[in-house]
Write a protein that binds this ligand. Structure first.
Ligand SMILES: [Zn+2]
Length: 120
């Protein structure tokens, strides 16, 4: 699917809840298929989600890293433990796996778990 068509369909179908009859439409099925199986469409969706969380998708080694840092960003504003946070980054550009004990400890990682890129 062309990304331009996908973007149009995403605008149409990303507002939930969808009515029941929409799911029978051929366009919706094509949209769903592209969302799950077409890398350029999936990457575009990830970029949009990263941007809307206030993060820069180009700042990280891969979109998966940026996407998974969204929860860490949300956590910074809360005092409760966010168990959905699976990776964090520090001001000194370290990356790590958080230890959900109520503190700020984490296990430092040297390579991206998604793309294998060496982290600085
Ligand atoms: Zn990566």
């Amino acid at each position: 699917m062309k990304l331009s068509l996908f973007k149009k369909l995403a605008k149409k179908y990303s507002n939930l809840p969808l009515s029941k009859d929409i799911q029978d439409i051929d366009d919706f099925n094509k949209y769903q298929d592209a969302l799950l199986n077409d890398k350029k469409c999936t990457d575009w969706v990830l970029k949009q989600q990263i941007k809307s969380a206030g993060l820069n998708p180009n700042k990280y080694c891969c979109l998966d890293m940026g996407y998974h840092l969204i929860e860490a960003k949300k956590t910074k504003r809360k005092t409760k433990i966010n168990y959905d946070t699976i990776i964090i980054t520090t001001k000194s550009k370290e990356f790590g796996i958080p230890i959900h004990d109520g503190g700020t400890s984490f296990i430092k990682i040297n390579y991206c778990p998604w793309c294998g890129h060496k982290l600085k």
